[in-house]
Design a protein around this ligand. Structure first.
Ligand code: 76R
Length: 270
């Protein structure tokens, strides 16, 4: 991997969405189509290039796309290579890119380290630093932090039935300018946001990837859920968090259900 393209921390994250041009597909002769399917299966296959750490594909109901793909890993050229392999395959002429999003995983500046967490317990929650419960909470947090930050930076995609992706930014207009607020109120709002998200533990899993300067929005929100209902519930619930209610702007929402590559091609009749 050329080290200049490896993020200092975290992984590259690419979301790709395609629509099928059924007219172009019907003009492919059966042998070309069969070979194209093989090429596409190889591109979608999680085993085909180990430099891509995580890869999932999914069917998208509705008109915005027929299928989507998420890729994450340290090697940008390998990830980009999958996009090119799809588009340059014999099925390429029948695939219309309908959306894409490039971002990098990060640990948000509002995730407190162990010391900041201890200060929050003392200053915001009024815990006595000499009490056993204070020390137990600080220790438990310090132990959880490593694995949590690993999942934020080097996420393992959950093997759950459905997912959702949307881009978002924080508002920068008039009285609603997130970036003119001091750190403390931003941090308090993000803490409220975190608490409301934690109610969905075990039902929804999320990876927040950063795209300021890289794509048209500031973050990509990728959610996986054990049931589509939970996606609707979490996004609705979080609309009431002040950080979302007052300061969030959203792009289009993409919903999909995960399938292994061969089943996906069957399901979308490619
Ligand atoms: O990561 C953590 O658990 C720490 C608390 C936390 C942070 C710092 C957290 C928790 N998020 C953080 C940062 Mn989030 N998140 C979103 C969306 O639809 C919406 O209203 C917004 C889209 C969802 C659904 C969601 C879910 N979060 C962020 C940031 C970066 C802000 C920055 O750095 O400036 C964004 C853009 C963002 C957006 N968040 C959680 C969740 C959930 C489910 C949690 C609980 C985490 C858990 O249970 O582990």
């Amino acid at each position: 991997v050329p080290s200049t393209l490896v993020p200092e921390t975290g992984w590259h994250f690419l979301h790709l969405f395609y629509r099928i041009d059924r007219g172009a597909l019907s003009r492919l002769d059966p042998e070309t189509r069969r070979q194209g399917r093989e090429e596409l299966l190889a591109a979608l296959d999680p085993g085909s290039s180990p430099a891509i750490e995580q890869r999932q594909c999914f069917a998208v109901p509705g008109h915005k796309a027929d299928f989507g793909l998420m890729l994450a890993g340290p090697d940008l050229r390998a990830i980009h290579g999958v996009q090119v392999a799809i588009e340059a395959s014999l099925l390429g002429p029948a695939l219309v890119p309908s959306y894409s999003f490039y971002s990098i995983t990060e640990v948000s500046e509002y995730v407190p380290d162990a010391e900041q967490y201890a200060a929050i317990l003392r200053d915001r929650e009024g815990l006595d630093p000499d009490s056993p419960s204070y020390r137990a909470k600080v220790n438990a947090y310090a132990n959880r932090l490593g694995p949590m930050n690993r999942q934020r930076l080097y996420p393992e995609f959950p093997d759950w039935p459905c997912c959702c992706f949307y881009p978002m930014s924080k508002m920068r207009q008039g009285e609603q300018n997130w970036y003119l607020l001091p750190f403390e109120p931003r941090s308090q709002m993000m803490a409220e946001h975190g608490r409301s998200g934690m109610k969905f533990a075990g039902k929804v899993s999320q990876v927040i990837t950063a795209s300021t300067g890289l794509d048209d929005w500031e973050w990509g929100v990728t959610l996986w859920a054990r049931n589509p209902t939970y996606l609707k519930d979490i996004v609705y619930t979080m609309r009431f968090d002040e950080s979302s209610a007052r300061y969030a702007l959203f792009g289009d929402f993409y919903f999909g259900f995960l399938l292994p590559p061969a089943e996906l091609l069957e399901a979308i009749r490619l």
